[in-house]
Design a protein around this ligand. Structure first.
Ligand code: DGL
Length: 270
């Protein structure tokens, strides 16, 4: 396997490998392209094994390492784990396995949400596995004095996005039922702690209202990858727009079409 070698002069023109349990990480890929448009990307979606958020820790670790192997075999110069679940389960172990490789994960954007104003009320939507992990408990503990933080596991939500459903009535009803108990709390912000959820942002916004700020970690992850590649001397010097290659473990035309569609899908902002 071609793990990055700093004496390799062509290393910086190699692609950045990005993976997720499915199509959700394309919300992070959008940010990566915004920050580093001249880089090349291989995006691997493991839709065949999705969802990860309701699997065992061991299983998510095994699948994450398998995704990393596939991307590294194709010469990736760094990895973006564009999945909160896989990040909490496996990113530390991956860094141990590949110490010289820039590896950046994503975690729920609790920090900016908690520091947004004086003692805000923050709802964190994420997969069951993400909210159960030690990493998330520590993140909550860090900000518990500054904010009221409510973790909300959302099993079943990513499946809508995997099916390409971003705005059906069924999705609306699903979200309404999920969010309804919190609507009387006077929420200040909602954190989208799973990379699939930004694709449902329009619908979430409709339910929680305009006064609530919605955060996700995609932009921060993209900036961190840019910083790491720059430090490692691995930024692509090309001034041309880079390319994106999609791979999906389902490998059907419909799945690859969905990837293309989500790449240009506008994620509505404040
Ligand atoms: N997109 C993934 C995340 O950010 C998880 C979805 C899943 O596979 O359950 O957590």
């Amino acid at each position: 396997m071609k793990i990055i070698d700093s004496t390799d002069e062509m290393a910086c023109t190699r692609p950045i490998g990005v993976f997720d349990s499915g199509v959700g990480g394309i919300s992070v890929l959008q940010e990566l392209i915004r920050v580093m448009p001249n880089e090349n990307y291989i995006y691997l979606g493991d839709s065949k094994h999705a969802p990860y958020g309701t699997k065992t820790l061991e299983e998510v670790r095994r699948l994450s390492f398998e995704n990393a192997r596939v991307l590294l075999e194709q010469g990736a110069k760094g990895l973006v784990v564009a999945c909160n679940t896989a990040t909490s389960a496996a990113v530390r172990l991956m860094r141990n396995r590949y110490p010289s490789l820039p590896i950046v994960g994503i975690e729920p954007a609790v920090k900016p949400a908690a520091l947004q104003k004086e003692h805000p009320k923050v709802l964190v939507m994420a997969t069951p596995m993400t909210v159960e992990q030690e990493k998330f408990r520590l993140l909550m503990q860090r900000y518990e004095d500054q904010a009221d933080i409510y973790p909300l596991p959302c099993p079943g939500l990513m499946e809508f996005i995997e099916a390409g459903d971003l705005e059906s009535e069924r999705l609306h009803d699903f979200l309404e039922e999920l969010l309804h108990p919190y609507l009387s709390y006077g929420l200040d912000s909602v954190v989208l702690g799973c990379t699939h959820y930004p694709f449902a942002k329009k619908m979430i916004r409709k339910i929680v209202g305009e006064q609530v700020t919605i955060f996700d970690g995609g932009a921060g992850t993209a900036r961190e990858m840019c910083r790491r590649l720059t430090l490692a001397g691995l930024r692509n010097p090309s001034e041309e727009k880079g390319w994106v290659h999609f791979e999906n473990s389902l490998a059907t035309d419909a799945e690859l079409e969905l990837c293309q569609r989500l790449l240009v899908q506008e994620i509505v902002d404040e």
